[in-house]
Design a protein around this ligand. Structure first.
Ligand code: HEM
Ligand SMILES: [Cu+2]
Length: 550
Protein backbone atom coordinates (compact mmCIF):
# COMPACT_ATOMS: atom_id res chain seq x y z
CA UNK A 1 0.00 0.00 0.00
CA UNK A 2 2.03 2.90 -1.24
CA UNK A 3 1.41 6.08 -3.15
CA UNK A 4 0.73 5.95 -6.86
CA UNK A 5 1.47 8.26 -9.73
CA UNK A 6 -0.86 9.53 -12.43
CA UNK A 7 -3.74 7.27 -11.48
CA UNK A 8 -6.50 9.29 -13.00
CA UNK A 9 -5.97 12.62 -11.34
CA UNK A 10 -4.09 11.15 -8.42
CA UNK A 11 -0.80 12.84 -7.87
CA UNK A 12 2.49 11.30 -7.02
CA UNK A 13 3.94 11.79 -3.60
CA UNK A 14 0.73 12.76 -1.82
CA UNK A 15 0.44 9.44 -0.08
CA UNK A 16 -2.93 8.07 -1.17
CA UNK A 17 -3.71 4.49 -0.38
CA UNK A 18 -3.65 2.17 -3.35
CA UNK A 19 -3.88 -1.53 -4.10
CA UNK A 20 -1.17 -1.26 -6.69
CA UNK A 21 2.51 -1.96 -6.13
CA UNK A 22 4.79 1.02 -6.44
CA UNK A 23 7.45 2.02 -8.90
CA UNK A 24 8.69 0.13 -11.91
CA UNK A 25 7.07 -3.14 -10.87
CA UNK A 26 3.65 -1.57 -11.10
CA UNK A 27 4.20 -0.38 -14.66
CA UNK A 28 5.63 -3.72 -15.78
CA UNK A 29 2.78 -5.80 -14.39
CA UNK A 30 -0.24 -3.54 -14.73
CA UNK A 31 -3.43 -4.65 -16.49
CA UNK A 32 -5.38 -1.50 -15.55
CA UNK A 33 -6.65 0.24 -18.69
CA UNK A 34 -5.61 3.65 -17.35
CA UNK A 35 -2.03 2.54 -16.68
CA UNK A 36 -1.81 0.85 -20.05
CA UNK A 37 -3.19 4.01 -21.63
CA UNK A 38 -0.44 6.04 -19.95
CA UNK A 39 2.19 3.52 -21.10
CA UNK A 40 0.96 3.78 -24.69
CA UNK A 41 0.94 7.57 -24.55
CA UNK A 42 4.47 7.71 -23.11
CA UNK A 43 5.71 5.20 -25.69
CA UNK A 44 4.11 7.17 -28.53
CA UNK A 45 5.59 10.44 -27.28
CA UNK A 46 9.04 8.87 -27.13
CA UNK A 47 8.69 7.47 -30.65
CA UNK A 48 7.43 10.83 -31.91
CA UNK A 49 10.53 12.54 -30.55
CA UNK A 50 12.71 9.93 -32.25
CA UNK A 51 10.85 10.21 -35.56
CA UNK A 52 10.88 13.99 -35.18
CA UNK A 53 14.65 13.93 -34.80
CA UNK A 54 14.79 12.04 -38.11
CA UNK A 55 12.61 14.75 -39.66
CA UNK A 56 14.96 17.47 -38.44
CA UNK A 57 17.92 15.52 -39.84
CA UNK A 58 16.12 15.21 -43.20
CA UNK A 59 15.43 18.94 -43.25
CA UNK A 60 19.04 19.70 -42.30
CA UNK A 61 20.25 17.82 -45.36
CA UNK A 62 17.71 19.59 -47.57
CA UNK A 63 18.78 23.03 -46.35
CA UNK A 64 21.46 23.03 -49.06
CA UNK A 65 21.24 21.74 -52.62
CA UNK A 66 24.15 19.28 -52.46
CA UNK A 67 24.60 16.28 -50.18
CA UNK A 68 26.69 18.16 -47.65
CA UNK A 69 25.52 16.86 -44.31
CA UNK A 70 24.68 13.15 -44.55
CA UNK A 71 25.51 10.63 -47.26
CA UNK A 72 22.74 9.71 -49.73
CA UNK A 73 22.43 6.27 -48.03
CA UNK A 74 21.98 7.89 -44.65
CA UNK A 75 19.39 10.22 -46.14
CA UNK A 76 17.44 7.26 -47.56
CA UNK A 77 17.67 5.48 -44.23
CA UNK A 78 16.43 8.62 -42.49
CA UNK A 79 13.20 9.08 -44.42
CA UNK A 80 12.54 5.34 -44.24
CA UNK A 81 12.95 5.22 -40.47
CA UNK A 82 11.05 8.50 -40.10
CA UNK A 83 8.04 7.10 -41.98
CA UNK A 84 7.95 3.78 -40.07
CA UNK A 85 8.40 5.43 -36.70
CA UNK A 86 5.80 8.13 -37.18
CA UNK A 87 3.07 5.93 -38.64
CA UNK A 88 3.45 2.70 -36.67
CA UNK A 89 5.02 3.82 -33.41
CA UNK A 90 3.78 7.35 -32.86
CA UNK A 91 0.35 7.91 -34.43
CA UNK A 92 -1.20 4.46 -33.99
CA UNK A 93 -0.08 3.95 -30.34
CA UNK A 94 -0.95 7.54 -29.39
CA UNK A 95 -4.60 7.02 -30.29
CA UNK A 96 -4.69 3.48 -28.89
CA UNK A 97 -3.41 4.94 -25.64
CA UNK A 98 -6.12 7.58 -25.49
CA UNK A 99 -8.67 4.90 -26.37
CA UNK A 100 -7.45 2.66 -23.56
CA UNK A 101 -7.60 5.40 -21.00
CA UNK A 102 -10.84 7.05 -22.02
CA UNK A 103 -13.18 4.61 -23.75
CA UNK A 104 -13.97 2.61 -20.59
CA UNK A 105 -14.58 5.88 -18.72
CA UNK A 106 -16.64 7.38 -21.53
CA UNK A 107 -18.88 4.32 -21.86
CA UNK A 108 -19.16 3.60 -18.13
CA UNK A 109 -17.16 0.35 -18.12
CA UNK A 110 -14.79 -0.80 -15.37
CA UNK A 111 -12.02 -1.76 -17.75
CA UNK A 112 -11.39 -3.04 -21.26
CA UNK A 113 -13.01 -6.36 -22.12
CA UNK A 114 -9.67 -8.23 -22.10
CA UNK A 115 -7.28 -6.52 -19.67
CA UNK A 116 -4.46 -9.06 -20.07
CA UNK A 117 -4.56 -9.04 -23.86
CA UNK A 118 -4.46 -5.28 -23.50
CA UNK A 119 -1.18 -5.49 -21.59
CA UNK A 120 0.30 -8.03 -24.02
CA UNK A 121 -0.63 -5.85 -26.99
CA UNK A 122 1.24 -2.95 -25.46
CA UNK A 123 4.33 -4.94 -24.51
CA UNK A 124 4.74 -6.20 -28.08
CA UNK A 125 5.45 -2.65 -29.18
CA UNK A 126 8.85 -1.91 -27.58
CA UNK A 127 10.47 -5.04 -29.09
CA UNK A 128 8.92 -4.33 -32.48
CA UNK A 129 10.26 -0.76 -32.42
CA UNK A 130 13.71 -2.15 -31.57
CA UNK A 131 13.47 -4.64 -34.46
CA UNK A 132 12.41 -1.96 -36.92
CA UNK A 133 15.06 0.53 -35.84
CA UNK A 134 17.62 -2.13 -34.97
CA UNK A 135 20.54 -0.96 -37.09
CA UNK A 136 21.38 1.97 -34.89
CA UNK A 137 20.87 0.10 -31.63
CA UNK A 138 22.94 -2.89 -32.68
CA UNK A 139 25.75 -0.67 -33.89
CA UNK A 140 25.97 1.02 -30.50
CA UNK A 141 25.81 -2.40 -28.82
CA UNK A 142 28.49 -3.77 -31.15
CA UNK A 143 30.80 -0.89 -30.38
CA UNK A 144 30.27 -1.33 -26.66
CA UNK A 145 31.08 -5.04 -26.91
CA UNK A 146 34.10 -4.30 -29.10
CA UNK A 147 35.36 -1.91 -26.45
CA UNK A 148 35.55 -4.79 -23.98
CA UNK A 149 37.21 -7.02 -26.55
CA UNK A 150 34.26 -9.01 -27.98
CA UNK A 151 33.72 -8.42 -31.68
CA UNK A 152 30.43 -9.68 -33.07
CA UNK A 153 30.31 -8.96 -36.81
CA UNK A 154 26.57 -9.57 -37.18
CA UNK A 155 25.89 -6.50 -35.09
CA UNK A 156 27.74 -4.36 -37.62
CA UNK A 157 26.08 -5.94 -40.64
CA UNK A 158 22.66 -4.50 -39.77
CA UNK A 159 22.50 -1.31 -41.79
CA UNK A 160 19.40 0.88 -41.45
CA UNK A 161 17.24 -0.01 -44.50
CA UNK A 162 16.74 2.35 -47.42
CA UNK A 163 13.48 0.93 -48.72
CA UNK A 164 11.09 3.77 -47.91
CA UNK A 165 8.06 2.99 -45.77
CA UNK A 166 6.28 1.50 -48.80
CA UNK A 167 8.91 -1.27 -49.10
CA UNK A 168 8.46 -1.44 -52.86
CA UNK A 169 9.76 -4.56 -54.56
CA UNK A 170 12.07 -5.45 -56.30
CA UNK A 171 14.32 -3.09 -54.28
CA UNK A 172 13.17 -4.43 -50.89
CA UNK A 173 13.36 -8.04 -52.10
CA UNK A 174 16.89 -7.72 -53.46
CA UNK A 175 18.65 -5.68 -50.75
CA UNK A 176 21.23 -7.96 -49.12
CA UNK A 177 21.06 -6.09 -45.79
CA UNK A 178 19.71 -8.56 -43.16
CA UNK A 179 18.24 -5.66 -41.20
CA UNK A 180 15.46 -5.55 -43.81
CA UNK A 181 14.23 -8.93 -42.52
CA UNK A 182 14.23 -7.64 -38.98
CA UNK A 183 12.20 -4.64 -40.12
CA UNK A 184 9.65 -6.93 -41.77
CA UNK A 185 9.34 -9.05 -38.64
CA UNK A 186 9.16 -5.98 -36.43
CA UNK A 187 6.36 -4.50 -38.51
CA UNK A 188 4.58 -7.84 -38.41
CA UNK A 189 4.79 -7.82 -34.62
CA UNK A 190 3.48 -4.27 -34.38
CA UNK A 191 0.62 -5.32 -36.66
CA UNK A 192 -0.27 -8.15 -34.27
CA UNK A 193 -0.29 -5.68 -31.39
CA UNK A 194 -2.51 -3.32 -33.33
CA UNK A 195 -5.02 -6.05 -34.22
CA UNK A 196 -5.16 -7.27 -30.61
CA UNK A 197 -5.85 -3.74 -29.40
CA UNK A 198 -8.52 -3.27 -32.08
CA UNK A 199 -10.38 -6.45 -31.13
CA UNK A 200 -10.27 -5.33 -27.52
CA UNK A 201 -11.73 -1.93 -28.38
CA UNK A 202 -14.52 -3.44 -30.50
CA UNK A 203 -15.53 -6.01 -27.88
CA UNK A 204 -15.34 -3.41 -25.11
CA UNK A 205 -17.65 -0.99 -26.91
CA UNK A 206 -20.10 -3.76 -27.83
CA UNK A 207 -20.29 -5.58 -24.51
CA UNK A 208 -19.14 -3.30 -21.71
CA UNK A 209 -21.28 -0.21 -22.20
CA UNK A 210 -23.09 1.04 -19.11
CA UNK A 211 -26.88 0.74 -18.96
CA UNK A 212 -27.54 4.31 -20.01
CA UNK A 213 -25.04 4.36 -22.89
CA UNK A 214 -26.91 3.57 -26.10
CA UNK A 215 -25.67 3.65 -29.68
CA UNK A 216 -27.32 7.02 -30.16
CA UNK A 217 -25.61 8.66 -27.19
CA UNK A 218 -22.28 6.91 -27.54
CA UNK A 219 -19.69 9.69 -27.63
CA UNK A 220 -18.06 10.63 -30.92
CA UNK A 221 -14.54 9.56 -29.89
CA UNK A 222 -15.69 6.01 -29.16
CA UNK A 223 -17.58 5.95 -32.48
CA UNK A 224 -14.47 6.88 -34.44
CA UNK A 225 -12.35 4.35 -32.55
CA UNK A 226 -14.92 1.65 -33.18
CA UNK A 227 -14.79 2.39 -36.91
CA UNK A 228 -11.01 2.61 -36.89
CA UNK A 229 -10.75 -0.74 -35.14
CA UNK A 230 -13.06 -2.26 -37.74
CA UNK A 231 -10.76 -1.01 -40.50
CA UNK A 232 -7.74 -2.40 -38.66
CA UNK A 233 -9.36 -5.83 -38.58
CA UNK A 234 -9.48 -5.95 -42.37
CA UNK A 235 -6.36 -3.98 -43.27
CA UNK A 236 -3.60 -5.19 -40.95
CA UNK A 237 -3.85 -8.92 -41.69
CA UNK A 238 -3.25 -8.07 -45.36
CA UNK A 239 -0.10 -6.19 -44.39
CA UNK A 240 0.97 -9.03 -42.13
CA UNK A 241 0.58 -11.62 -44.87
CA UNK A 242 2.37 -9.48 -47.44
CA UNK A 243 5.26 -8.90 -45.06
CA UNK A 244 5.66 -12.65 -44.54
CA UNK A 245 5.48 -13.24 -48.29
CA UNK A 246 8.30 -10.73 -48.70
CA UNK A 247 10.31 -12.44 -45.96
CA UNK A 248 9.81 -15.71 -47.85
CA UNK A 249 10.87 -14.13 -51.14
CA UNK A 250 14.00 -12.79 -49.52
CA UNK A 251 14.99 -15.94 -47.67
CA UNK A 252 13.25 -19.04 -48.93
CA UNK A 253 13.30 -18.69 -52.69
CA UNK A 254 9.61 -18.02 -53.26
CA UNK A 255 8.71 -15.68 -56.13
CA UNK A 256 5.57 -13.88 -54.95
CA UNK A 257 6.93 -10.50 -55.95
CA UNK A 258 9.61 -11.51 -58.47
CA UNK A 259 9.05 -10.75 -62.14
CA UNK A 260 8.52 -14.42 -62.98
CA UNK A 261 6.05 -14.78 -60.09
CA UNK A 262 3.32 -12.36 -59.05
CA UNK A 263 5.48 -9.39 -60.00
CA UNK A 264 6.29 -6.10 -58.25
CA UNK A 265 2.81 -4.74 -58.99
CA UNK A 266 1.32 -7.47 -56.77
CA UNK A 267 3.27 -5.97 -53.86
CA UNK A 268 1.82 -2.55 -54.61
CA UNK A 269 -1.74 -3.90 -54.71
CA UNK A 270 -1.36 -5.75 -51.42
CA UNK A 271 0.56 -2.95 -49.76
CA UNK A 272 -1.92 -0.22 -50.67
CA UNK A 273 -4.93 -2.38 -49.86
CA UNK A 274 -3.53 -2.00 -46.38
CA UNK A 275 -1.80 1.35 -46.87
CA UNK A 276 -4.71 3.51 -47.87
CA UNK A 277 -7.04 2.31 -45.09
CA UNK A 278 -4.08 2.89 -42.76
CA UNK A 279 -4.23 6.62 -43.38
CA UNK A 280 -7.87 6.58 -42.29
CA UNK A 281 -6.93 4.42 -39.30
CA UNK A 282 -4.79 7.37 -38.27
CA UNK A 283 -7.04 10.22 -39.25
CA UNK A 284 -10.43 8.98 -37.97
CA UNK A 285 -9.39 9.05 -34.27
CA UNK A 286 -8.02 12.53 -34.93
CA UNK A 287 -11.41 13.54 -36.38
CA UNK A 288 -13.02 12.00 -33.31
CA UNK A 289 -10.89 14.10 -30.99
CA UNK A 290 -11.59 17.30 -32.91
CA UNK A 291 -15.32 16.50 -32.88
CA UNK A 292 -15.18 15.84 -29.14
CA UNK A 293 -13.02 18.79 -28.05
CA UNK A 294 -14.06 21.57 -30.44
CA UNK A 295 -17.68 21.93 -29.16
CA UNK A 296 -16.48 22.24 -25.56
CA UNK A 297 -14.64 25.43 -26.43
CA UNK A 298 -17.35 26.70 -28.78
CA UNK A 299 -19.94 26.63 -26.00
CA UNK A 300 -22.42 24.63 -28.02
CA UNK A 301 -23.11 21.04 -28.96
CA UNK A 302 -21.50 19.39 -31.98
CA UNK A 303 -23.55 20.34 -35.03
CA UNK A 304 -24.97 17.31 -36.86
CA UNK A 305 -23.70 14.57 -34.54
CA UNK A 306 -25.48 11.87 -36.53
CA UNK A 307 -23.96 12.99 -39.79
CA UNK A 308 -20.49 12.95 -38.30
CA UNK A 309 -21.09 9.35 -37.26
CA UNK A 310 -22.50 8.39 -40.67
CA UNK A 311 -19.64 10.07 -42.49
CA UNK A 312 -17.16 8.22 -40.25
CA UNK A 313 -18.76 4.89 -41.14
CA UNK A 314 -18.88 5.87 -44.83
CA UNK A 315 -15.18 6.68 -44.82
CA UNK A 316 -14.49 3.36 -43.11
CA UNK A 317 -16.20 1.45 -45.91
CA UNK A 318 -14.98 3.57 -48.83
CA UNK A 319 -11.38 3.53 -47.61
CA UNK A 320 -11.03 -0.01 -48.96
CA UNK A 321 -12.10 1.01 -52.47
CA UNK A 322 -9.45 3.57 -53.30
CA UNK A 323 -6.09 1.84 -52.93
CA UNK A 324 -5.10 1.91 -56.60
CA UNK A 325 -5.02 5.73 -56.63
CA UNK A 326 -1.46 5.21 -55.42
CA UNK A 327 -0.79 3.27 -58.61
CA UNK A 328 -2.23 5.46 -61.37
CA UNK A 329 1.18 5.77 -63.00
CA UNK A 330 1.92 2.03 -63.13
CA UNK A 331 0.10 1.54 -66.42
CA UNK A 332 -2.96 -0.38 -65.32
CA UNK A 333 -6.09 -0.76 -67.43
CA UNK A 334 -7.57 2.75 -67.98
CA UNK A 335 -11.14 1.59 -67.25
CA UNK A 336 -10.09 0.13 -63.91
CA UNK A 337 -8.12 3.26 -63.23
CA UNK A 338 -11.08 5.56 -63.69
CA UNK A 339 -13.24 3.58 -61.29
CA UNK A 340 -10.59 4.08 -58.62
CA UNK A 341 -10.57 7.77 -59.45
CA UNK A 342 -14.36 7.91 -58.98
CA UNK A 343 -14.28 6.29 -55.53
CA UNK A 344 -11.33 8.47 -54.49
CA UNK A 345 -13.27 11.59 -55.39
CA UNK A 346 -16.37 10.23 -53.62
CA UNK A 347 -14.53 9.78 -50.32
CA UNK A 348 -13.97 13.53 -50.25
CA UNK A 349 -17.71 14.00 -49.61
CA UNK A 350 -17.93 12.49 -46.11
CA UNK A 351 -14.69 14.29 -45.26
CA UNK A 352 -16.22 17.59 -46.35
CA UNK A 353 -19.36 16.82 -44.32
CA UNK A 354 -17.22 16.77 -41.20
CA UNK A 355 -15.49 20.01 -42.05
CA UNK A 356 -18.82 21.78 -42.58
CA UNK A 357 -20.18 20.38 -39.33
CA UNK A 358 -17.16 21.67 -37.44
CA UNK A 359 -17.49 25.08 -39.00
CA UNK A 360 -21.21 25.13 -38.23
CA UNK A 361 -20.37 24.27 -34.62
CA UNK A 362 -18.01 27.23 -34.41
CA UNK A 363 -20.46 29.52 -36.20
CA UNK A 364 -22.22 31.73 -33.68
CA UNK A 365 -20.54 29.86 -30.86
CA UNK A 366 -18.76 31.54 -28.01
CA UNK A 367 -15.27 30.41 -28.98
CA UNK A 368 -12.57 30.34 -26.30
CA UNK A 369 -9.02 30.21 -27.59
CA UNK A 370 -7.54 27.80 -25.08
CA UNK A 371 -4.64 25.62 -26.25
CA UNK A 372 -6.85 22.61 -27.15
CA UNK A 373 -9.10 24.82 -29.29
CA UNK A 374 -6.18 26.44 -31.12
CA UNK A 375 -5.05 22.96 -32.11
CA UNK A 376 -8.57 21.90 -33.17
CA UNK A 377 -9.10 24.93 -35.39
CA UNK A 378 -5.52 24.71 -36.66
CA UNK A 379 -6.20 21.06 -37.49
CA UNK A 380 -9.29 22.02 -39.49
CA UNK A 381 -7.25 24.60 -41.39
CA UNK A 382 -4.52 22.14 -42.29
CA UNK A 383 -7.14 19.48 -43.09
CA UNK A 384 -8.72 21.79 -45.66
CA UNK A 385 -5.37 22.26 -47.41
CA UNK A 386 -4.49 18.58 -47.12
CA UNK A 387 -7.93 17.50 -48.32
CA UNK A 388 -8.16 19.85 -51.30
CA UNK A 389 -4.65 18.94 -52.50
CA UNK A 390 -5.74 15.30 -52.15
CA UNK A 391 -8.71 15.79 -54.46
CA UNK A 392 -6.28 16.96 -57.14
CA UNK A 393 -4.09 13.90 -56.65
CA UNK A 394 -7.14 11.68 -56.99
CA UNK A 395 -7.67 12.98 -60.54
CA UNK A 396 -5.69 10.79 -62.90
CA UNK A 397 -4.33 13.50 -65.25
CA UNK A 398 -3.09 15.63 -62.36
CA UNK A 399 -1.65 12.64 -60.54
CA UNK A 400 0.33 11.57 -63.60
CA UNK A 401 2.12 14.93 -63.43
CA UNK A 402 2.55 15.15 -59.67
CA UNK A 403 3.14 11.51 -58.75
CA UNK A 404 6.21 11.03 -56.52
CA UNK A 405 6.99 14.73 -56.40
CA UNK A 406 7.25 16.92 -53.31
CA UNK A 407 3.62 17.86 -53.90
CA UNK A 408 2.65 14.46 -52.47
CA UNK A 409 4.91 14.92 -49.45
CA UNK A 410 3.40 18.37 -48.85
CA UNK A 411 -0.15 17.06 -49.27
CA UNK A 412 0.07 14.20 -46.81
CA UNK A 413 2.03 16.17 -44.21
CA UNK A 414 -0.79 18.68 -44.01
CA UNK A 415 -2.76 15.66 -42.80
CA UNK A 416 -0.19 13.74 -40.72
CA UNK A 417 1.61 16.72 -39.17
CA UNK A 418 -1.49 18.93 -39.36
CA UNK A 419 -4.71 17.19 -38.34
CA UNK A 420 -3.32 13.99 -36.83
CA UNK A 421 -0.57 15.47 -34.69
CA UNK A 422 -2.63 18.58 -33.87
CA UNK A 423 -5.48 16.40 -32.58
CA UNK A 424 -3.01 14.51 -30.41
CA UNK A 425 -1.70 17.81 -29.02
CA UNK A 426 -5.25 19.08 -28.46
CA UNK A 427 -6.03 15.94 -26.46
CA UNK A 428 -2.78 16.22 -24.51
CA UNK A 429 -3.83 19.67 -23.28
CA UNK A 430 -7.55 19.00 -22.92
CA UNK A 431 -7.12 15.93 -20.74
CA UNK A 432 -3.89 16.94 -19.00
CA UNK A 433 -5.67 18.06 -15.78
CA UNK A 434 -7.62 14.81 -15.66
CA UNK A 435 -4.56 12.64 -16.24
CA UNK A 436 -2.22 14.36 -13.82
CA UNK A 437 -4.41 16.25 -11.39
CA UNK A 438 -2.46 19.41 -12.23
CA UNK A 439 -2.86 22.27 -14.69
CA UNK A 440 -0.38 23.04 -17.44
CA UNK A 441 0.97 26.50 -18.26
CA UNK A 442 -1.79 27.90 -20.47
CA UNK A 443 0.30 30.66 -21.99
CA UNK A 444 3.01 28.23 -23.16
CA UNK A 445 0.24 26.00 -24.51
CA UNK A 446 -1.18 28.82 -26.61
CA UNK A 447 2.28 29.81 -27.85
CA UNK A 448 2.88 26.19 -28.86
CA UNK A 449 -0.45 26.23 -30.73
CA UNK A 450 0.25 29.34 -32.77
CA UNK A 451 3.87 28.30 -33.47
CA UNK A 452 2.65 24.93 -34.75
CA UNK A 453 0.14 26.44 -37.17
CA UNK A 454 2.70 28.88 -38.57
CA UNK A 455 5.32 26.10 -38.66
CA UNK A 456 3.15 23.65 -40.59
CA UNK A 457 2.26 26.18 -43.27
CA UNK A 458 5.88 27.34 -43.59
CA UNK A 459 7.19 23.77 -43.70
CA UNK A 460 4.72 22.16 -46.07
CA UNK A 461 3.29 24.85 -48.41
CA UNK A 462 6.74 25.27 -50.03
CA UNK A 463 6.78 21.51 -50.64
CA UNK A 464 3.53 21.79 -52.61
CA UNK A 465 5.05 24.54 -54.75
CA UNK A 466 8.34 22.63 -55.16
CA UNK A 467 6.28 19.68 -56.32
CA UNK A 468 4.39 21.78 -58.87
CA UNK A 469 7.78 22.70 -60.27
CA UNK A 470 8.49 19.02 -60.63
CA UNK A 471 11.08 18.12 -57.98
CA UNK A 472 10.84 14.39 -57.22
CA UNK A 473 10.74 13.26 -53.59
CA UNK A 474 13.21 11.00 -51.79
CA UNK A 475 16.38 12.66 -53.13
CA UNK A 476 19.11 14.04 -50.87
CA UNK A 477 20.24 16.63 -53.43
CA UNK A 478 18.36 18.91 -55.82
CA UNK A 479 18.95 21.71 -58.37
CA UNK A 480 20.04 25.11 -57.01
CA UNK A 481 16.82 26.83 -58.13
CA UNK A 482 14.89 25.11 -55.34
CA UNK A 483 17.13 26.42 -52.57
CA UNK A 484 14.95 29.36 -51.38
CA UNK A 485 11.74 27.32 -51.04
CA UNK A 486 13.58 24.39 -49.44
CA UNK A 487 15.09 26.75 -46.88
CA UNK A 488 11.70 28.20 -45.99
CA UNK A 489 10.51 24.63 -45.51
CA UNK A 490 13.42 23.73 -43.23
CA UNK A 491 12.82 26.93 -41.28
CA UNK A 492 9.16 25.93 -40.81
CA UNK A 493 10.25 22.50 -39.57
CA UNK A 494 12.52 24.22 -37.05
CA UNK A 495 9.56 26.26 -35.76
CA UNK A 496 7.50 23.06 -35.35
CA UNK A 497 10.46 21.54 -33.52
CA UNK A 498 10.76 24.51 -31.13
CA UNK A 499 7.01 24.19 -30.47
CA UNK A 500 7.45 20.52 -29.61
CA UNK A 501 10.23 21.35 -27.13
CA UNK A 502 7.96 23.93 -25.50
CA UNK A 503 5.21 21.26 -25.28
CA UNK A 504 7.59 18.74 -23.73
CA UNK A 505 8.87 21.22 -21.15
CA UNK A 506 5.32 22.27 -20.31
CA UNK A 507 4.11 18.67 -19.93
CA UNK A 508 7.03 17.54 -17.75
CA UNK A 509 7.27 20.64 -15.57
CA UNK A 510 3.50 20.97 -15.11
CA UNK A 511 3.25 17.30 -14.20
CA UNK A 512 5.80 17.92 -11.47
CA UNK A 513 4.93 21.40 -10.30
CA UNK A 514 1.75 22.70 -11.98
CA UNK A 515 -1.07 24.10 -9.83
CA UNK A 516 -3.16 21.33 -8.28
CA UNK A 517 -6.68 20.97 -9.68
CA UNK A 518 -9.38 21.07 -7.02
CA UNK A 519 -12.48 21.71 -9.14
CA UNK A 520 -13.14 19.07 -11.78
CA UNK A 521 -14.76 21.61 -14.07
CA UNK A 522 -11.42 22.96 -15.31
CA UNK A 523 -12.83 24.05 -18.66
CA UNK A 524 -16.13 25.56 -17.42
CA UNK A 525 -18.14 22.94 -19.23
CA UNK A 526 -21.10 22.94 -16.83
CA UNK A 527 -22.15 26.33 -18.15
CA UNK A 528 -22.86 24.98 -21.62
CA UNK A 529 -24.15 21.63 -20.38
CA UNK A 530 -21.11 19.73 -21.63
CA UNK A 531 -19.68 18.43 -18.39
CA UNK A 532 -19.31 15.03 -19.96
CA UNK A 533 -18.81 11.62 -18.42
CA UNK A 534 -15.03 11.60 -18.15
CA UNK A 535 -15.11 14.87 -16.15
CA UNK A 536 -17.88 13.52 -13.92
CA UNK A 537 -15.65 10.53 -13.30
CA UNK A 538 -12.77 12.90 -12.51
CA UNK A 539 -15.01 14.75 -10.06
CA UNK A 540 -15.65 11.59 -8.05
CA UNK A 541 -11.91 10.88 -8.10
CA UNK A 542 -11.25 14.32 -6.64
CA UNK A 543 -13.93 13.85 -4.01
CA UNK A 544 -12.40 10.59 -2.91
CA UNK A 545 -9.04 12.23 -2.73
CA UNK A 546 -10.25 14.92 -0.35
CA UNK A 547 -11.96 12.21 1.71
CA UNK A 548 -8.55 10.55 2.11
CA UNK A 549 -6.94 13.78 3.12
CA UNK A 550 -9.35 14.46 5.96
C1 HEM B 1 8.19 18.54 -38.25
C2 HEM B 1 7.52 17.57 -38.72
C3 HEM B 1 7.88 16.79 -39.96
C4 HEM B 1 8.77 17.11 -40.96
C5 HEM B 1 9.64 18.35 -41.10
C6 HEM B 1 8.75 16.01 -41.90
C7 HEM B 1 9.54 15.94 -43.04
C8 HEM B 1 9.49 14.94 -43.98
C9 HEM B 1 10.14 14.95 -45.26
C10 HEM B 1 11.01 16.11 -45.81
C11 HEM B 1 9.85 13.79 -45.89
C12 HEM B 1 10.17 13.38 -47.33
C13 HEM B 1 11.42 12.70 -47.58
C14 HEM B 1 11.53 12.49 -49.07
O1 HEM B 1 10.53 12.08 -49.72
O2 HEM B 1 12.63 12.74 -49.57
C15 HEM B 1 9.00 13.02 -45.02
C16 HEM B 1 8.48 11.78 -45.32
C17 HEM B 1 7.50 11.14 -44.57
N1 HEM B 1 6.94 11.60 -43.39
FE1 HEM B 1 7.41 13.31 -42.42
N2 HEM B 1 7.86 15.06 -41.46
C18 HEM B 1 7.30 15.51 -40.29
C19 HEM B 1 6.33 14.87 -39.53
C20 HEM B 1 5.70 13.68 -39.87
C21 HEM B 1 4.64 13.04 -39.13
C22 HEM B 1 4.02 13.58 -37.84
C23 HEM B 1 4.33 11.89 -39.81
C24 HEM B 1 3.30 10.83 -39.51
C25 HEM B 1 2.50 10.77 -38.48
C26 HEM B 1 5.19 11.80 -40.96
C27 HEM B 1 5.17 10.77 -41.89
C28 HEM B 1 5.98 10.68 -43.00
C29 HEM B 1 5.95 9.59 -43.95
C30 HEM B 1 5.05 8.36 -43.90
C31 HEM B 1 6.91 9.88 -44.93
C32 HEM B 1 7.24 9.04 -46.17
C33 HEM B 1 8.48 8.28 -45.93
C34 HEM B 1 8.87 7.57 -47.17
O3 HEM B 1 8.93 8.24 -48.22
O4 HEM B 1 9.15 6.38 -47.08
N3 HEM B 1 6.01 12.90 -40.97
N4 HEM B 1 8.80 13.75 -43.85
CU1 LIG C 1 -4.57 6.52 -50.60
Amino acid sequence: MRSVAADGGYLSGLGFESEKPAGLFRWLTTVDHKDIGVLYIAFAAGAALWGGTDAMMIRTELFTAGTDVWSPETYNALFTAHGFTMLFFFATPAFTGLANYFIPILIGADDMAFPRINAIAFWLLPPSLLLVRGGLVTEVLGKMLAAVGVRWELLFSLEPPTTGWTLYTPHSALLANPQVDLVLLGLHLSGLATVMAAINIIVTIFTERGENVTWSNLDIFSWTLLTTSGIILFAFPVLGSSLLMLVADRNFGTTFFAVDGGGPILWQHLFWFFGHPEVYILVLPAFGLVSLILPKFAGRKLFGFKFIVYSTLAIGVLSFGVWAHHMFSTGMDPRLRSSFMAVSLAIAIPSAVKTFNWMATLWGGNVRWAAPQIFCVGGIMTFIVGGVTGVFLASIPVDLVLHDTYYVVGHFHFIVMGVITFAAFAASYYWFPLLTGRMFNRRLGRIHGYLSIVGVFLAFLPMILIGYEGLPRRYASYPESFVPLQQVSSFGALIIGIGVLIWLTNMVQSYRLGPIVTDADVWNLRESGQFSREWQWFETQLEERTKFRR
